[in-house]
Design a protein around this ligand. Structure first.
Ligand SMILES: [Mn+2]
Length: 400
């Protein structure tokens, strides 16, 4: 019998876009996913963290989640869930013992002080084993038995000590007699963000190197990054499935899940597109043609089979101030099924264009100096403070 694994992550149930609820879409997604599991004959479902948007999710998000789990529990499949950085590990783990009986396996936190590899290891076929790790923080790595504290606190030594410990952690859950799959919620290799992910940091470790998984690993089922992507095509294949819905206007790209088919010793991966249950659209128009532009773009989206109003972010570029333009735009939009999330009317004159360009060229240190002087008028930035600022800035830019 072939194994068919569906890898998804970052549902962020309960997340809003400003004040707009997204739970209807999230519920529609889960209804779709439940059907998809049956249609695609899925045998294993992997949910790679950030189930909820907050450690204390709203009631509606909870009932959406448990309704889904109840549904999949009747499908005779295995489900694996880890907590992400947005989740409370303890909260996610609370129903663990009950759900185990339904073949739903949950790992919410790394019990570093009483680490038990077996709690992270699951056999999925004769040749494959699944190892799952929840999102972990620096402290949890330092509490693991293999952690060796560097003699002196120095960032390189510290980073090395953490990476060595992570390597030991991976070794301890890996089955060298089998082909392994890892599910985790962290930063791995080099990736592209969607800007709605929180930055993660393991005391100076920006990202966990894929070289730790060279041997024995066939696939890394990753969560955290919202843009679906292949981080590494070479062994192991490392993939962020991305979030199922666009949470921001910077996330308007096709949403997907990753589908794995395992036949004996072979693993094949493919992407499956997730339909949009509500569109986010960003439109930029000129003052002379804004009506036509909006009409054209919104008509393109009118065939989307969703009941929710389109979320619109609108930028209108004008040559000079036009009194009443905003009111005109608002009344025009009343004819369309849209919720206006942002409206910018930008007056762009020749001189303003060149001033903007100049502003961009102003270097960050000068901006800092200006800021300092806005708080302490007439004073120069103390040399020591300026040096510290530059140090931090260089670190941010990855220059040191
Ligand atoms: Mn995350």
């Amino acid at each position: 019998m072939s194994v068919r694994i569906l890898h998804t992550s970052d549902w962020h149930l309960g997340k809003k876009l400003f004040q707009v609820e997204r739970l209807t879409e999230q519920d529609l997604f889960l209804t779709w996913l439940s059907k998809e599991i049956t249609e695609k004959k899925i045998t294993h479902l992997l949910i790679a963290g950030d189930i909820f948007d907050t450690p204390n999710p709203p009631d509606k998000a909870l009932s959406t989640y448990f309704k889904f789990l109840r549904e999949v529990s009747e499908k005779n499949i295995q489900v694996y869930i880890i907590a992400g950085n947005h989740d409370s590990g303890r909260f996610i783990e609370a129903p663990k013992e009950f759900l185990k009986k339904e073949n739903i396996h949950i790992v919410g936190k790394l019990n570093s002080l009483e680490f038990e590899p077996k709690e992270h290891q699951f056999e999925i076929s004769e040749y494959f084993q699944l190892n799952i790790l929840p999102y972990f923080r620096t402290k949890e790595i330092q509490d693991l038995p293999w952690y060796e504290k560097p003699e002196q606190f120095e960032s390189e030594a510290n980073k090395e000590a953490l990476l060595n410990t992570i390597e030991k952690l991976v070794e301890n859950i890996t089955n060298s007699q089998k082909k392994n799959i890892l599910m985790a919620h962290h930063l791995f290799g080099s990736f592209f963000t969607s800007e709605s992910e929180q930055s993660l940091n393991l005391s100076g470790v920006n990202s966990i190197p894929l070289s730790l998984f060279k041997e024995n690993y066939e696939y890394l089922a990753l969560g955290h990054i919202h843009k679906p992507q292949i981080v590494s095509n070479e062994k192991p294949l490392a993939i962020y499935s991305g979030s199922p819905i666009a949470f921001r206007f910077s996330e308007i790209h096709q949403k997907k899940y990753s589908l794995l088919t395992i036949e004996d010793k072979n693993l094949k991966q493919e992407w499956v597109e997730i339909p949009s249950f509500r569109d986010l659209i960003r439109i930029e128009a000129k003052s002379s043609t804004w009506r036509e532009t909006i009409k054209e773009k919104l008509t393109l989206h009118s065939n989307v089979s969703n009941t929710e109003k389109i979320l619109l972010d609108l930028d209108i570029n004008v040559d000079e101030v036009q009194p009443g333009l905003k009111r005109e735009i608002l009344s025009f939009l009343e004819n369309y099924p849209v919720t206006l999330m942002g409206l910018k009317i930008k007056v762009q004159t020749e001189s303003e264009n060149s001033r903007n360009a100049l502003n961009l060229e102003q270097n960050i240190q000068d901006i800092f100096k200006d800021y300092y002087q806005s708080i302490y008028p007439g004073e120069d930035v103390p040399q020591e403070l300026l040096e510290t600022f530059n140090l931090i800035q260089n670190k941010n830019m990855g220059l040191t």
